[in-house]
Design a protein around this ligand. Structure first.
Ligand code: PLP
Length: 339
């Protein structure tokens, strides 16, 4: 089996997780009657000190629903130019919500209150209305960089003053919390809505949860239905997600540490120009001038190491629970051999 560093979405459910899935109590969730889905939703809502939560098939859907509920057509979403909602959701903000997007060039995917303040548009007939700020934590395209709560507070304050909603794309929020030690409750209190992926490093085969107040989630349920996300006996998936929350959070620190460990090896390699700052489980590096990513990836693949290009001369490694210590030694050896 090759060592797969393509993404933390490649993780497979373990035997115990599968057991939890087949023994889950089930019902029809479109009627709100799947006890396992309800248990997952209640659990995540209370973890984040929020009133309600909604289980969805994917993180794209939770983000798209959040934009839909928080805005109306001709409004505008403010976010960093690296944001998943802009880069990787098929332009869905325009398609689903009829809104414009106002991109800020932040630092490694992170934006500040002053940057947001100067991006907010004045009220003129000929301009879209700024209504929603979307932050991403950790920032995927920003190389797994993260915000701590001290950086969020001034943004939250600004959004309240200017009556903008604040949504967190927290696909990998738990990779951040194992670093900062901050509480889920404090993060919940800082946003109007949060999207959490259970299918990344947490290892569920599918599923994301959207969290917010009761009225927000009531509206979100309607949009989930019209987007085709009403899933009936989805308790089988929710059971995997509950298992992930109970067993796979604290071990995310291992993935973060492994990214740093390989980052060190790369920073001492002759064929690497720069290693972007490693903060969580994502490692992005730029190749020396004469090398192309496609070629290097091909050579890596011949050595049973899989990864993706993040630009013509840029490569991304993502660390996750299905990488063993033996795999780590193998990757280190191969990377050192390249020198
Ligand atoms: C993976 C991811 C999502 C959601 O992706 P899905 O594949 O639709 O579940 C959203 N935001 C970020 C930052 C992600 O990395």
């Amino acid at each position: 089996m090759p060592v797969n560093l393509i993404s933390d979405t490649v993780t497979l459910p373990c035997t115990e997780m599968k057991k939890a899935m087949i023994t889950a109590a089930l019902g029809d969730d479109v009627f709100g009657e799947d006890p396992t889905v309800n248990r997952l939703q209640d659990r995540i809502a209370s973890m984040f000190n929020k009133e309600a939560a909604l289980f969805c098939p994917s993180g794209t859907m939770t983000n798209q629903i959040a934009i839909k509920v928080h805005t109306k057509a001709l409004d505008e979403v403010i976010c960093d130019h690296y944001s998943h909602v802009y880069q990787y959701e098929t332009g869905g903000y325009a398609f689903n919500s009829g809104v414009a997007i106002n991109l800020i060039e932040g630092e490694n995917g992170k934006i500040t209150a002053p940057q947001i303040e100067s991006a907010i548009k004045p009220l003129y007939d000929w301009l879209p209305e700024s209504k929603l700020v979307v932050l991403e934590n950790s920032c995927n395209k920003g190389g797994g960089s993260y915000y701590d709560l001290n950086e969020i507070r001034p943004i939250r304050k600004l959004c309240k003053e200017r009556e903008l909603k604040l949504h967190l794309d927290g696909a990998r929020l738990f990779n951040v919390l194992v670093e900062t030690g901050e509480s889920t409750e404090d993060w919940g209190d800082s946003f109007d809505s949060i999207s959490i992926c259970l299918s990344k490093g947490l290892g569920s085969p599918a599923g994301s949860v959207l969290i917010g107040d009761k009225e927000f989630i009531r509206q979100a349920r309607r949009f989930r239905k019209v987007m085709g996300g009403g899933m009936r006996q989805s308790g089988m998936l929710a059971a995997a997600c509950i298992y992930a929350l109970e067993n796979n959070i604290s071990r995310l620190k291992i993935d973060n540490d492994r990214a740093k460990r390989i980052g060190k090896v790369l920073s001492q390699s002759t064929w690497v120009e720069t290693v972007r700052p490693v903060q969580t489980n994502i490692l992005i590096f730029d190749l020396a001038e004469n090398l192309m990513a496609e070629k290097v990836l091909q050579t890596l693949e011949e050595k049973d190491v899989l990864a993706t290009a993040f630009g013509p001369r840029t490569i991304r490694f993502v660390f996750h629970k299905d990488i063993s210590e033996q795999d780590m030694y193998w990757v280190e050896r191969i990377l050192k051999e390249f020198n």
